[in-house]
Design a binder for this molecule. Structure first.
Ligand code: ATP
Length: 261
């Protein structure tokens, strides 16, 4: 499989639609097992994320959802099985190679440069992705998406609140859309209005061709966005299919949101 030096591809919704007829999935796990030392966390997991669409991964606490995110992004090694990106076997590749192939992991990749201000953090990312000429437009887009960051553009990133740092990291990921974005509990600890902004941005990058695997404890949020659902329990896939067929099962498995309890 060809590496593209980490630059965003110019995939458009129409090119995805035209090519998705026989396109291999953006991500495919085949019979994947993984462990933390002697503790086995995944048992023969198979799932796929079709190109240009959103697959939500749901299941109770400790089911192994984050472990799947880590396995898919090279952070936890497999003990069995294989992983494919767009049909290419990437089993065993380190994270940096997967990043070059267009895989991003949020919020694992939330590190910000603490001693640089907000704007310089963004400039650095956008310079790499778009070159000097593209910085202005990318900055405007990021600030429009996250107005709070615009208010704080001259503040050192290390002095931002936890939520603001998360927003800054997200602004970097969402303004330079990857080919595959693995999203792990993005809404955790963010104010509802910010979560709305984040989901709007996820929808936009999906429409621009990014494929997404979304781990989300708030089922209604996941159902808003996803076309496919994978239900995980005790390290195994118990159901997988279109959202409308599986949402009742997922509701049974997931904890009720606080307002209903
Ligand atoms: P949650 O919804 O609560 O975040 P999850 O479905 O994402 O859970 P994982 O975080 O993938 O679940 O954890 C799966 C299992 O692996 C759990 O039993 C957990 O305790 C265990 N586990 C996760 N990380 C480690 C680790 N670093 N060392 C040992 N065990 C771990």
């Amino acid at each position: 499989m060809k590496e593209d030096g980490g630059r965003p591809s110019a995939v458009t919704a129409s090119s995805v639609a035209a090519s998705s007829v026989a396109a291999p999935p953006a991500l495919e796990l085949r019979g994947v097992s993984a462990a933390y030392g002697r503790f086995r966390a995944l048992f023969g997991v198979s799932l796929s994320v079709p190109v240009g669409s959103v697959t939500a991964l749901v299941g109770p606490n400790g089911a192994g959802k984050s472990t799947i995110a880590r396995v898919a992004t090279g952070l936890v090694p497999l003990t069995k099985g294989r992983i494919f990106l767009a049909g290419g076997d990437v089993t065993g590749l380190p994270t940096w190679r997967l990043v070059r192939l267009g895989v991003a992991h949020a919020p694992e990749g939330r590190s910000v440069f603490a001693t640089l201000d907000v704007e310089d953090n963004l400039r650095l990312t956008f310079m790499r992705a778009f070159g000097r000429k593209g910085i202005g437009e990318a900055l405007a887009h990021a600030f429009e998406r996250f107005p709070r960051l615009a208010d704080r553009r001259r503040q050192l990133a290390g002095t931002l609140s936890g939520g603001e740092q998360r927003m800054l990291a997200l602004a970097r990921v969402l303004t330079v859309p990857p080919k595959l974005l693995v999203v792990d509990e993005l809404s955790l600890g963010l104010a509802p209005r910010v979560v709305d902004d984040v989901y709007r941005a996820l929808r936009e990058i999906r429409d621009a061709g990014t494929s997404l695997l979304v781990i989300e404890q708030q089922l209604p949020r996941a159902l808003e966005l996803a076309e496919q659902l994978v239900v995980l329990r005790k390290g195994q896939v118990v159901e997988a299919g279109p959202v409308d067929k599986l949402s009742d099962l997922a509701r049974e498995l997931l904890p009720r949101p606080p307002e209903n309890s």
